[in-house]
Write a protein that binds this ligand. Structure first.
Ligand code: PLP
Length: 366
């Protein structure tokens, strides 16, 4: 896929809106000066660490820079989990964190949130009931990828209370926070046990550069500082870009958000015209929407395959959930309007053809 220059990336939640010139310049300056001969500081450039803390408003906390949120999640699992520990998450979840935890020997429990019966979200009462004596970590994606739901302030407070009673770590994966209508950081209510995961991939649109952050209180950061995999520093060029990105966020990001939300609306309106598919969560707090398939045979895999033939990459639900993956596709929308117009144009025909094709199974299309 990386070698298909004409591919329209509507499946990986990446942000394809043109970069702010200051961000591009900062990275080019970094390359021109060849500062990359050095290693970046072990926990990140100090200026960037401070900007991250300021941006999240977690002023009593510290940030360490990671190679994207994924490496922060890997490292957090390896720091705080041991064999036999329990990790609770939702289904759908972000499966890589599940894999990191199980590879350590932790036991993962998933709480179903897919469907109208759950309103596509986790009720804290259910979380409370699921806690067991070995529960060591609660991993919540907020806003949830792929569903686009996020927690209210009162839910976050309840979740923090539950985690505090259990003395469990709360990993709040805020990769999509910036696209949310109203987001609440658990670290404000449970500072002693919350590990906040943040990313530059989605809001800043630099997924290929690998830069993210873990924010937590000093004690947790000290434990995380012991043996991080990027102890020789994260990509210095990317960090220079991230610094400029944060400095220009308030002037640049609102345009990204407006484009993303207008794209969401365009897809929502188009789906409304097509029988057999629906948008169960609208508006989404992420930069994506899920489209639910009916029982008429238009499987996610068929839709993805037929879109792929039209140079459009969308993602089948099985990437996110074994149990519910046959019920939806996910469309990422922080992309140029023209891509979404093309998607909307193709959708009626693709759905029609998908009912004949009826591909099934977890065909991996990226
Ligand atoms: C929920 C979630 N967490 C973490 C990541 C990884 O983000 P990064 O690109 O910062 O590693 C993703 C990427 O799609 C994600 O969806």
């Amino acid at each position: 896929m990386a070698n298909r220059p004409d591919l329209m990336w509507l499946g990986r939640n990446t942000n394809h809106i043109s970069t702010h010139p200051a961000v591009r310049e900062a990275m080019l300056d970094s390359i021109r000066s060849e500062e990359y001969h050095i290693y970046a500081p072990p926990y990140g450039l100090q200026e960037l660490r401070q900007l991250v803390v300021d941006e999240l408003g977690l002023n009593d906390m510290s940030a360490i820079i990671t190679d994207g949120a994924v490496s922060g999640l890997y490292h957090t699992c390896h720091t705080f989990l041991k064999p036999g520990d329990g990790l609770i998450t939702t289904d759908p979840t972000w499966e890589w964190t599940v894999k990191f935890a199980t590879s350590i020997g932790a036991m993962v429990k998933k709480l179903n949130i897919y469907g109208t019966e759950f309103d596509y979200r986790l009720n804290p009462v259910r979380l409370d009931a699921a806690i067991e004596s070995n529960t060591r970590c609660i991993y919540l994606i907020d806003p949830n990828n792929p569903l686009g739901t996020s927690f209210t302030e009162s839910e976050i407070r309840d979740i923090c209370d539950i985690a505090r009673v259990q003395k469990s770590y709360l990993i709040q994966d805020c990769t999509y926070r910036d696209f949310s209508h109203d987001h609440h950081l658990a670290a404000h209510y449970y500072p002693e046990g919350t590990i906040t995961m943040w990313s530059f991939s989605k809001w800043l649109g630099v997924a290929g550069l690998r830069v993210g952050a873990i924010v937590a209180n000093a004690d947790l950061i000290e434990r995380l500082s012991f043996a991080p995999p990027n102890i020789l520093g994260s990509n210095i060029v990317a960090q220079r870009g991230a610094i400029e990105g944060l400095k220009h966020k308030s002037e640049w990001f609102p345009k990204v958000l407006a484009t993303t939300r207008a794209n969401q609306l365009m897809v929502f309106n188009q789906v409304d015209q097509i029988s057999g598919i629906t948008v169960p969560v609208y508006p989404s707090d992420g930069n994506f929407l899920i489209l639910e398939c009916s029982n008429a045979g238009e499987t996610p895999e068929s839709i993805c395959r037929l879109m792929d033939e039209r140079n459009i990459m969308v993602r089948q639900g099985s990437y996110h959930s074994k149990q519910f993956g046959n019920r939806f596709i996910k469309v990422s929308l922080s992309v140029p309007k023209e891509w979404v117009e093309k998607f909307c144009h193709c959708l009626p025909e693709v759905v029609k053809q998908a009912r004949i094709l009826k591909l099934e199974g977890a065909e991996f299309l990226g």
